[in-house]
Design a protein around this ligand. Structure first.
Ligand code: IPD
Ligand code: CA
Ligand code: CA
Length: 252
């Protein structure tokens, strides 16, 4: 059991969450404005805070965050961090975003923490020990495809938006509803908690999915990650409860 690791991860997620709560709805400094993405100074500040907490406690670990790497990159332990997942929501004062922290040991994800600071919902999982939200065990839903609410992510460039739209069309007629919420990590946490039934995105990074991946597996669901068909070096993900048969979803 990764006892000291989970405590540190929760402390880091809650600390960054408090920072995000304080600044939510305030004027924000923009580092970079792109057609389909925004980078905030607060993304960096949140990551710095998380890295400081994790590496002070575990100075020999590697840290791999969306905003950069730190620590000893040869360590068998690697923290995988998204300091704000849902930055565009955050910038537009849409109250749906989170902090995501995963830990890999020799390539295997052993811990995941996702924190939604506005709802004060903390999701946590440790390999082999189940998943919880605010201390209560969570499970994926048992809904089948026709009852399912499925969410699809659109990444940041035209190729990935086109691929996402194609998926949307393929699946929208078979399910009860489709949703696009704007935070991949929270979507995965919602599947683990049985709120949503599946998530698909054609171009995604490890920091978006590391923690949620373990949460879903520990909550009884299935996660399939493969190379992105639209960008080299990125991943594509299909995550779902165990009831939905997504084998019909084309993989390229
Ligand atoms: C993005 C969000 C979005 C997903 C994108 C991610 P960011 O992360 O998770 O929902 O569709 O692929 O890049 O930029 O807000 O950390
Ligand atoms: Ca992200
Ligand atoms: Ca981010």
């Amino acid at each position: 059991m990764a006892e000291p690791f989970i405590k540190t991860a929760i402390h880091a997620a809650r600390s960054a969450g408090a920072l995000l709560r304080e600044n939510f709805g305030q004027e924000l400094e923009v580092n970079e404005m792109q057609d389909h993405d925004i980078k905030l100074e607060l993304d960096v500040r949140s990551q710095d805070l998380i890295a400081k907490i994790l590496l002070e406690e575990h100075p020999d670990h590697a840290f791999f965050g969306e905003e950069g790497i730190e620590g000893d990159q040869d360590s068998p332990y690697q923290w995988i961090v998204d300091p704000i997942d849902g930055t565009v929501n955050y910038f537009y004062s849409i109250p749906h975003f989170c902090v995501s922290i995963g830990l890999r040991h020799q390539g295997e994800i052993i811990l995941g923490v996702i924190y939604d600071p506005l709802l004060d919902e903390l999701y946590q999982a440790e390999k082999g020990h189940g998943a919880q939200m605010n201390g209560r065990p969570i499970q994926v839903s048992q809904r089948g495809l026709k009852d399912a609410v499925i969410t699809i992510g659109f990444s940041k460039d035209k190729a990935s938006i086109d691929a996402g739209l194609e998926r949307y069309k393929q699946i929208a007629y078979s399910v009860r509803k489709t949703r696009v919420f704007g935070s991949a990590a929270l979507a995965l946490a919602y599947i683990a908690a049985g709120r949503l039934d599946a998530y698909i995105e054609e171009q995604i990074s490890l920091w978006d999915i590391a923690a949620g991946w373990l949460l879903i597996e520990e909550a009884g669901g299935i996660v399939e990650v493969r190379d992105s068909p639209v960008e080299i070096g990125k991943q594509a993900i299909i995550a779902a409860n165990r009831t939905i048969d997504l084998s019909g979803v084309p993989r390229d």
